[in-house]
Design a protein around this ligand. Structure first.
Ligand code: ADP
Ligand code: MG
Length: 395
């Protein structure tokens, strides 16, 4: 697969697929980190003397051109961050856009309008893909967040673009998830938590081939506690996944992968109940209670497991952290992983990110993935459509 630094781009027009799916409120961007994340790629390309045509989706517009999904606010913010003008196109394909692109000189930046104003984007329509590809000399994918989507601006476009490559954000994700975690330095300890139990069961299965030890917390752990013959009271659990959990434990023991489950849990009456109702052992969860966080003994136990790790991958909070009464386990774990100075530490997942940000620990990890669904797919061991398309487009 090619990345931007391997391609001659001086004087060329680049179609750069970014992820500017930013949160907006009354037309104001609430968080611009996705725009900032693209700056390395964009500044490099501008320094090299390329002209940039930037494209992204934003939200989920219907086939009508709903103005609240316009990328105009992103263009304004990008212009501030780049310190140069960013022209806003009226659409992402069509004769008017073609004319604007034609006139684009090196060093100039044009932002195309929301790709999802056209049904062809999500349908990976060849005609739409062709029109996008025709705008530029080189297609650059720097949108890892949509790398698991077979959409026109991610996949179809590579069939028609004269040349295709990944940008620097994509390269970083590839290096950490595709290389560091594919061939990890041992011991490799993976931490799995959160609530998307079905999806994450597939990740756990894939991890059995890579990790030396796996820590399981959050609502994920409840399914396992049930699988080893205990009651979990009213805790969040996926009953139809209990046999899978049992099978996974069996497979782990055959492969010599150690699985660490919580030994104590913090209880509550509900996710919103303002105070916890104490701590219990994993085999003594009362029938009328919910396990909403890992307990203090478990935190200490997980810390010991992590101390000697050389590689750590963490996805999923240890409890219902949105409520301060059940946030302790996740916050402590964030501090513990952040403090592992001699390990490569990789984090992924939307909610896990929220935990890290809340503790201002973002710069204490080796790498934080920008993907949600794409991170999950990658961890499940699936080949992402974006990477497949770039590889095939490279030929
Ligand atoms: P990520 O986005 O990092 O991949 P998930 O979306 O899988 O993580 O899980 C995060 C959610 O899991 C949070 O909303 C949190 O409240 C919930 N959660 C974690 N542990 C528990 C628990 N024991 N009981 C109920 N909800 C939990
Ligand atoms: Mg989540």
């Amino acid at each position: 697969m090619n990345f931007l630094d391997k391609i001659e781009i001086k004087g060329k027009k680049l179609l750069v697929r970014v992820d500017y799916n930013v949160p907006l409120k009354d037309g104001v961007i609430q968080d611009d980190h996705r725009i900032r994340a693209s700056l390395d790629t964009l500044n490099y390309a501008l320094d090299q003397g390329a002209a940039l045509i930037i494209c992204s989706h934003l939200g989920r517009p219907t086939d009508k051109r709903e103005p609240e999904f316009s990328l105009k606010p992103a263009a304004v913010r990008l212009s501030e961050l780049l310190g140069r003008e960013v022209k806003m196109a009226s659409d992402c394909i069509g004769s008017e856009v073609r004319a604007t692109v034609q006139a684009l000189a090196p060093g100039q930046v044009l932002m195309l309008e929301n790709l999802r104003y056209h049904a062809g984007e999500k349908a990976n329509d060849p005609e739409f893909s062709k029109q996008l590809a025709a705008l530029a000399d080189v297609y650059v994918n720097d949108a890892f967040a949509v790398a698991h989507r077979a959409h026109a601006s991610v996949v179809g476009v590579t069939e028609f673009a004269p040349a295709s490559c990944g940008g620097f954000l994509l390269k970083k994700e590839w290096a950490f998830l595709g290389q560091s975690l594919a061939d990890p330095e041992w011991p490799y300890v993976a931490i799995s938590g959160g609530a998307k139990i079905s999806t994450k069961m597939d990740i756990l299965n894939a991890l059995l081939d890579k990790a030396d030890e796996i820590i399981i917390g959050g609502a994920m752990a409840n399914t396992f506690i049930l699988a080893i013959g205990n009651s979990v009271g009213r805790s969040l659990v996926e009953k139809q996944r209990v046999s899978d959990a049992a099978a996974l434990l069996e497979k782990a023991s055959q492969k010599g992968v150690k699985i660490h489950l919580p030994t104590d849990l913090t209880l509550g009456q509900g996710i919103d109940s303002p105070a916890s109702s104490g701590v219990c052992r994993f085999d003594a969860i009362p029938e009328d209670s919910m396990a909403l966080d890992i307990g203090p003994e478990t935190i200490a136990q997980f810390k010991t497991v992590l101390t000697h790790a050389k590689t750590v991958m963490w996805n999923g909070p240890m409890g219902a952290f949105e409520n301060p009464a059940y946030a302790q386990g996740s916050l402590e774990l964030a501090r513990i992983v952040a403090g592992l100075d001699h390990a490569l530490t990789i984090v992924g997942g939307g909610d896990t990110n929220v935990v890290i940000k809340a503790e201002s620990l973002s710069d204490k990890f080796s790498f934080i993935s920008t993907g949600g669904g794409s991170f999950m797919s990658f961890m499940e061991g699936k080949e992402l459509p974006a990477f497949k398309a770039l590889k095939e487009g490279t030929k």
